[in-house]
Design a protein around this ligand. Structure first.
Ligand SMILES: Cc1cc2nc3c(=O)[nH]c(=O)nc-3n(C[C@H](O)[C@H](O)[C@H](O)COP(=O)(O)OP(=O)(O)OC[C@H]3O[C@@H](n4cnc5c(N)ncnc54)[C@H](O)[C@@H]3O)c2cc1C
Length: 353
């Protein structure tokens, strides 16, 4: 069956922010072969390409996308060995997590409730509550647009780090067709490494708990922050966290503390977590945003900071311009207050901050 290409297809309904213009051309690809065919056809024509998963990490500008959008719809999960699963890029991530927990596999229970598709999880090394996709990813099956061939990239060759990967470094090079994950055969979670989650479970960090209970607890914590998609909760009309937690040298973190004390008085300190390199620390972006004067619920036109979580920007309109204006205001306000420049986490399509 030949692929069906459409023109002027609105992208807003295909993103969780529900913002932005249309795709000049659009096609759904339901198998690996169809993805390769659609991507190759754009490359042959020299046409800009956007690979679309669940649209949960995208801000689409009002001008839309002047090229071909390939919506990934390929499905399929195969257990190739005990605990080793090959997953097609179009599998909804949270359905996988739910199934793995139910079948007695652990290692992803803390990644419950994250929207989007499995094929997108290596792109920003999806992470939450102390787990990252990096911990369970074996390899990524890709279409190499330069070599024009299918390749298996070992996870070790994907430069996976905090919200980062090789795919972000070379956005035009690879399309993810599928991924291989290795889970532990256990109905107990991996050791809990996140203080808030450990507290909610009544455990200490390093303890384990039944994976099903960890999943339920993570979902409850996430719902409380508007971080589980819910059409009835307008605080979930977001792209998740809008800014990354900045990773800075310890010296710079001390400078941020000094500015925080000067600004807020007393012995305040910005919450710190271990960075991913020696001598670095990760700062809590949500804290910086609040203390820079942007409380939960802060609104600018049709955009607002979620009333449940300072790190999520939500939209109530149809145009992305208010959301982008709010994002700039928050970024610049945090920089003026603390000397740290926040970097957006979602991918911006046809727009900039
Ligand atoms: C309510 C909410 C909560 C969230 N919570 C978290 C969280 O806890 N942790 C976290 O890490 N993220 C979180 N996110 C962000 C988002 O869900 C993840 O980044 C997710 O992996 C994006 O998947 P997607 O299929 O929606 O990707 P999309 O938004 O469709 O695409 C994102 C980017 O990946 C590219 N891409 C997608 N699929 C492919 C592919 N097959 N090949 C090549 N490139 C591809 C796209 O071109 C785009 O650049 C949250 C988002 C929302 C809305």
């Amino acid at each position: 069956v030949p692929l069906t290409y459409s023109s002027s297809v609105p992208l807003a309904p295909r993103t969780t922010l529900q913002l932005g213009g249309a795709a000049r051309r659009f096609v759904e690809a339901s198998s690996e072969a169809e993805i390769v065919e659609a991507v190759s056809s754009a490359d042959r024509r020299g046409e800009p390409l956007l690979v679309l998963g669940g649209g949960s990490n995208l801000v689409v500008g009002d001008e839309g996308f002047d090229g071909l959008v390939v919506a990934v719809k390929s499905r399929g999960v195969r257990e190739v060995d005990s605990g080793t699963f090959d997953v097609e890029a179009g599998e909804p991530w949270d359905e996988l997590v739910e199934r793995w927990v139910r079948l007695g596999f652990s290692g992803v229970e803390c990644l419950s409730g994250i929207p989007g598709l499995a094929g997108a999880t290596p792109i920003q090394n999806v992470g939450a509550y102390g787990q990252e996709v990096k911990d369970v990813l074996v390899s990524v099956r890709v279409w190499d647009r330069r070599a024009r061939e299918v390749r298996e990239l070992p996870a070790s060759g994907c430069a996976l780090a905090y919200r980062h990967s090789r795919f972000k470094e070379e956005p035009e090079h690879f399309v993810v067709l599928g991924a291989r994950f290795l889970l532990a055969r256990s109905d107990h979670s991996s050791p809990i490494r996140y203080a808030e989650l450990a507290r909610a479970l009544g455990l200490r960090e390093g303890d384990t708990a039944p994976a099903a209970r960890v999943r339920e607890t993570v979902l409850a914590l996430r719902r409380g922050k508007g971080m589980v998609l819910d059409a009835a909760d307008t605080d979930t009309r977001s792209a998740g966290s809008f800014f990354m937690n900045p990773i800075v040298e310890s010296k710079q973190a001390d400078a941020v503390d000094a500015r925080a004390r000067a600004r807020l008085g007393g012995d305040v300190r910005v919450p710190r977590f271990p960075g991913d390199r020696e001598g670095t620390v990760k700062l809590a972006a949500a804290w910086l945003i609040e203390k820079a004067g942007f409380p939960k619920g802060f609104a600018l036109g049709s955009a607002a900071i979620s009333s449940k979580h300072s790190l999520a920007l939500v939209s109530r309109g149809t145009s992305s311009s208010d959301l982008l204006a709010l994002a700039r205001m928050v970024r610049d306000g945090v920089e003026a207050a603390f000397g740290v420049r926040l970097v957006p986490e979602p991918v911006l399509v046809g727009c900039t901050l």
